[in-house]
Design a protein. Structure first.
Length: 415
């Protein structure tokens, strides 16, 4: 099977969009002949170095950039979005020439994975797969009252960007022309259907390499004398760490600590909140740490608190589950797809007060029951191995492709 993949963002050894682009291409190339459209720049150097170390004969990388304004993607968020849009247009003309020469069976747009941006590759005369796509996740309105002015402006601009995307006729055409649209979360399914996508499946964009899963599985739980909760991520308003602090204060667990690893614009507000709540002596804001230092902190903790309000991915949840730790999250976005009642606590998010109270109850429950921590942690390890291993996800994608091409052949034979 000859597959064309569009991955504007694609780089080995990375998380988020670059990691999604690379890992999907790599896994699909195990059984398919794959051509990847991507940018050169730093990603290209990383890709070539990786292919020298680990050759993959089925994987062909086709680099290109805009003939003018090639570095526009690096000029800030707004400029990057415009660069990305123009790059997608150019990708169509390059893909059309490649298709005439190679004859692809299927085309798959992978990154950026946002439902409100079009992919002009959908106009190729072959089956088009779109995603995994996020962006349909929004902070419930009741929770926005706690956001700073900066946070409220951010949310308003984010809403505007998605609205502009939803009125773009090319986005509607992309959705209608897809034979399969993959949504990272339940939240993104509805807007995809409204745009006209006929076949939508939830398929998380989160995946971990097998070697990383094996390494994290070696992490033993620390001694239970002091139960440590940890939050990891950028300190942004929508990450909801302020809810975690309030819940920790409400829980009032005697021998406990709350560690926060990360940096960002909410850092001082969180420090001030810890003081206001009277828990500053039990809270430690470590700031941004290198990955190996972050993992050391994780080893010393028992429970991840991840009350994010609109994450489409949240790799940290799967990483922590692979390490045998319990996850407490809100029943929203990416974490809600990863975490199950057998692996952690998913708290409904109706109002901030309700969410804080229920988060606190979960903290108390898990702090008081060591056996429960072990049981949920082991179930989390098992779930990551069975669902979020990149090899497992790759097999699922290859099966999707096979089903699509088989259906195409069936239609041809009947006609």
């Amino acid at each position: 099977m000859k597959v064309l993949i569009s991955a504007y963002s694609c780089e080995p050894g990375k998380g988020s969009e670059p990691g999604i682009g690379w890992n999907i291409a790599w896994q699909v190339a195990k059984d398919c002949e794959v051509w990847v459209l991507t940018r050169p720049d730093e990603s290209g150097r990383a890709i070539e170095a990786e292919l020298q170390r680990n050759p993959m004969p089925n994987l062909h990388i086709f680099y290109f950039n805009l003939p003018i304004w090639a570095g526009g993607w690096n000029w800030g968020l707004g400029a990057m979005q415009l660069h990305y849009y123009l790059w997608q247009i150019q990708a169509y003309f390059i893909a059309r020439r490649l298709h005439k020469a190679i004859g692809f069976d299927l085309v798959h747009h992978v990154t950026f994975g946002r439902y409100s941006s079009p992919s002009f590759l959908s106009f190729l005369p072959i089956p088009f797969v779109w995603g995994p796509l996020g962006g349909g996740e929004f902070a419930p309105k009741a929770f926005q009252q706690d956001f700073s002015l900066r946070g409220r402006i951010y949310e308003a601009l984010r809403d505007l960007i998605h609205w502009l995307g939803e009125i773009d006729p090319f986005v509607h055409l992309t959705a209608r022309r897809s034979v399969l649209a993959l949504a990272t979360t339940r939240d993104t399914v509805e807007p995809l259907l409204k745009l006209g996508a006929k076949n939508v499946r939830v398929f998380s964009n989160v995946g971990l390499p097998k070697v990383e899963i094996a390494n994290l599985a070696q992490y033993a739980l620390p001694a239970p004398e002091v139960v440590r909760f940890i939050s990891i991520g950028r300190l942004l308003h929508w990450k909801g760490f302020h809810l975690g602090l309030k819940a920790f204060a409400n829980a009032g667990i005697q021998k406990s600590e709350y560690w926060i690893v990360g940096d960002g614009p909410e850092s001082q507000r969180l420090a001030d909140l810890a003081n206001k709540l009277g828990i500053a002596d039990k809270v430690c804001l470590w700031g941004a740490l290198p990955r190996h230092e972050t993992l050391k902190k994780l080893k010393e903790c028992h429970v991840l608190v991840h009350p994010s309000l609109h994450d489409s991915g949240a790799w940290v949840c799967s990483e922590v589950m692979a390490a045998g730790r319990v996850v407490i999250c809100l029943d929203l976005g990416g974490p809600a797809v990863q975490v199950t009642p057998e692996t952690g606590f998913k708290i409904s998010a109706r109002t901030p007060e309700q969410a804080v109270n229920d988060l606190a109850k979960a903290m108390i429950c898990i702090a008081q029951d060591e056996d429960l921590r072990v049981r949920l942690g082991e179930a989390g390890r098992k779930r990551v191995t069975e669902v979020f291993d990149w090899e497992v996800k790759g097999r699922s994608l290859r099966q999707f492709y096979q089903d699509i091409c088989s259906q195409k052949q069936l239609i041809k034979s009947k006609s």
